[in-house]
Design a binder for this molecule. Sequence first.
Ligand code: ADP
Ligand code: MG
Length: 478
Amino acid sequence: MREAYQEVWENCLKIIKDNVNYQSYKTWFSPIKSIKLDNNVLTIQVPSQFFYEWLEEHYITLLKKTIKHELGPSGRLEYSIIMENSNDPRAPYTIKVPTSNRSVLNNPSVSMPIDLNKGSSKEIPNPFVIPGLRKIQVHSQLNESYSFENFIEGDCNRLARSAGYAVATNPGKTAFNPIFIYSPNGLGKTHLAHAIGIQVKNNFPEKTVLYVTAEQFIQQFVDSVKNQNQNDFVHFYQMIDVLLIDDIQFLSGKEKTQDVFFHIFNHLHQNGNQLVITSDKAPVEIKGIEPRLLSRFKWGLAADLQVPDLETRIAILNKRLYKDGIEMPQDVIEYLAYSITTNVRELEGALISLMAQSSLNKKAITIELARQMIDKFVKNTSKEISIDFIQKIVCDFFNIHVDHLNSKTRKREIVQARQLAMFFSKKHTKSSLATIGLHCGNKDHATVLHACRTVNNLIETDKQFRNYVEEIEKKIKL
Ligand code: ADP
Ligand code: MG
């Protein structure tokens, strides 16, 4: 027979599943066991202290809401943590901890509305609750952890970041209005938009700041039409001092919403209020948006975010680890940064999965574990062979330091490693000869061409060399 504690937790899981993405669910909720229900206190067993802390940090609001939904207002949650030194899995040594009362407002992983009435459409909190009042209380929807402080600067984002900072220091008063930030997914647009909002709030507590996704905006507009309070909707938005609107490309094809946004935009702009817009494409490339709106997007500054280089990727990982108070061997960090090159979100996802894996299986975090994890979780989606990655493989193979490749030295073994790095870069990346040369010791395209010819000749004439090439090739493709 199914016990009450099992049933309650199963119902909780159904709600949780609808509110977190699949990978997070697998990582953080599947390993949890429910073990007791006593006096309306549900006890769940988590595999480690780390798990407990992670849940408390990232999912506490969701967990609390879910428990209250299942057990009523007096419902509570308690953790039973399996401690590291327990040897007998049947009777794990556990400690009990109640949930903290820390408030974690604004955390993106929990700010999604819970779908309590299955089947009905998800409700987005309607922000314009007090029509007619000038001074309104607006929940800014900002996520504290997406601050400037936590946003690593690199060549990839320097312009957007510093313009964003200038805007936050002087909202509505710089030439950057609107500031339009664009990039492919996972490169920091949302983070930067929040950072601007947070900074404005710090500098000018009296200013009304609002972060919304374009999707929320559309939904609110549709609701306002349905509820016949479209004017309240428009007035609400016209009262905002700094409006951050994320993923504007979702307005494509939504003519009515574009129309109302056009009026809101004009009103805010004319009154010297700041607009911050993000998009997955440059203004000229967005389709399905009216020209009069697109042309306004170009009034201020359009700045893109690019793929971060290796150093920036390493810095992002280190920052994240530091923030979470976790230590990880530097070579593992570098391995992650070498392997995942095109998307910061995936880079962080890999880091988190790795920590969870290690915590779950009580294994040390090693390169080997990282490699397995990357194979399982991310290889198919993001492994793109880069020049950096090739250099690392070649250097590891000959046991030399990457810096040597980029030095002027003419030592035979270094020259050979450099030529191989050039050869494999030509073969496995789409980079031009000039780019490859630039990254491999600041050489010109002719040198790269020469290197490729030399390697091809040696492959044909030197058996041992051919073996090297085959070995390295295998490692690159691993
Ligand atoms: P986008 O909105 O472009 O899809 P996000 O802003 O959601 O991307 O960023 C994805 C993840 O990567 C977030 O967790 C964010 O904090 C992180 N991130 C992106 N760029 C940086 C950076 N320069 N420094 C620190 N973290 C970053
Ligand atoms: Mg985003």
